[in-house]
Design a protein around this ligand. Structure first.
Ligand code: SF4
Length: 438
């Protein structure tokens, strides 16, 4: 058995990070002595991409292929599976990844052999170890397969996990370091210290992962992983790293005592920042320099529509707390189709007033599997999946034409990114109290 793991093609000028999910699968395959490679099509040019994939499979004798599917790569993965099966009928095709976890039935087509939607990798490991024998599949949680009659069989998922039983194989990270980047920040390794999120923002699918249960990984194990990574910049991808104050405090103390010298980036909700105000200096001493904050909107009304459970005042307070503690607030905003011209102006004035340098704008996208999708299904279900990326209009704007909405979206970048570029070039983009252009 030889396994090829595919990260689908997608182009982004904002970010290109390691394929952590596939590195975990790679680590699992290493543990059972199965040869694998990652075909990282992320930023590959489209020209002859399929032919290159076929050549790789045929020339190196891969017997199994696994696709890591996100919302924006559904069409690519299904289409490639169909074409591959026609060309290489004996190739076994497996679908997995975050989008599959929530929407596995969409992948149960004739050309696909297995669909993995389980929590963790233990079930998948047993299947690979025993070459997907039917008697193993019959007892494999979270793996869909076809019976002899062609009918798909589904088994329930394993209980929520709080750790993977294997370590990620980071060879792909080191190999891809030259291409690894976050705009204006440089290259980052990523780690995960918890699973799912206890909040319920309507547009977010993170909260529904891991059976919708928030769990935390053993801290010693997380620290060990961070220590072992031979790279200075680490992004802890937990949906809100600040949920558990005592855990965060202990984490920071251990980082400091253990002299683990890394530059850390985390996600943190605005209300969690306010709640943890007194430990911000500790976070700074532990190396946290960036917090990604889902500010999302500048009116309480819209925050309520998103079910964000925060307010504009809380957002403002969080921004100030981070500024005072020399931690960069990376403000993430979601532009709703309900936004009118006045709202766009209000957003611009909010960012100016709060002197936010680092901002990211996304267009409201009802991803399948979220509460928002249930509301907007009729409008989005026939759109090509590549539009489901936060940079395309998926729900028709209520107060202006789609063209104007898109122009205003671009204009926000034009207004706020030049200063960020100049400050990054001048190496002053992390001086949180510097409000100027240089
Ligand atoms: S947007 Fe953030 S806080 Fe809200 S559910 Fe998703 S991960 Fe949790």
């Amino acid at each position: 058995m030889k396994v090829l793991l595919v990260r689908p093609k997608y182009s982004s000028i904002l970010v290109n990070l390691e394929p952590l999910g596939l590195e975990y699968v790679g680590g699992m395959l290493n543990g059972i002595n199965i040869y694998y490679e990652i075909f990282d099509a992320f930023n590959m040019v489209s020209l002859f991409l399929f032919e290159r994939l076929v050549h790789k499979i045929s020339s190196q004798g891969f017997t199994h292929i696994g696709f890591h599917v996100n919302a924006n790569s559904v069409d690519y993965c299904l289409d490639t599976a169909r074409r591959l099966k026609k060309k290489l009928p004996h190739l076994k095709i497996l679908m997995g990844g975050p989008h599959v976890e929530l929407n596995y039935k969409d992948f149960c087509i004739e050309e696909v052999d297995y669909v993995c939607y389980d929590n963790g990798l233990e079930s998948l490991e047993r299947c690979y170890k025993e070459n997907f024998k039917i008697e193993i599949l019959k007892n494999a949680n979270g793996i869909a397969y076809r019976e002899g009659s062609g009918k798909w069989v589904f088994r329930e998922k394993s209980p929520a996990i709080c750790r993977y039983h294997v370590k990620p194989d980071r060879r792909e990270f080191y190999k891809g370091l030259r291409k690894n980047f976050i705009l204006c920040k440089g290259s980052y390794a990523i780690v995960r210290g918890s699973f799912s999120c206890p909040y319920n923002c309507s547009f977010c699918y993170c909260t529904r992962m891991n059976n919708g249960q928030y769990t935390e990984r053993d801290m010693e194990e997380l620290l060990e992983e961070i220590r072992e990574i031979e790279h200075k910049n680490i992004w802890i991808m937990d949906d809100d790293f600040l949920i558990n104050t005592e855990r965060v405090r202990a984490f920071c103390n251990k980082i400091i005592d253990g002299e683990i010298q890394k530059k850390l980036m985390i996600y943190g909700r605005a209300d969690s920042i306010v709640r943890n105000k007194e430990i911000m200096p500790l976070l700074y001493r532990a190396g946290v320099r960036d917090i990604m904050v889902g500010l999302e909107a500048v009116t309480d009304k819209l925050l309520d529509v998103y079910n964000k459970e925060t307010t504009r005042n809380i957002n403002e307070e969080a921004i100030e707390i981070l500024r005072e503690n020399n931690i960069v607030c990376n403000g993430l905003f979601v532009l709703s189709h309900e936004s009118n011209r006045k709202y766009f102006k209000e957003l611009v004035s909010f960012i100016r007033k709060k002197k936010l340098l680092w901002v990211v704008f996304g267009i409201f996208t009802p991803y399948k599997g979220t509460a928002a999708y249930e509301e907007y299904e009729a409008q989005v279900k026939h759109l090509p999946s590549k539009k489901m990326d936060g940079a395309h209009i998926t729900v028709k704007p209520l107060h202006m034409s789609s063209f104007e909405f898109k122009m205003r979206f671009y204009l926000l970048h034009l207004l706020f990114y030049p200063r960020l570029f100049i400050r990054s070039w001048r190496k002053s983009a992390y001086e949180t109290r510097n409000d100027g252009w240089f």
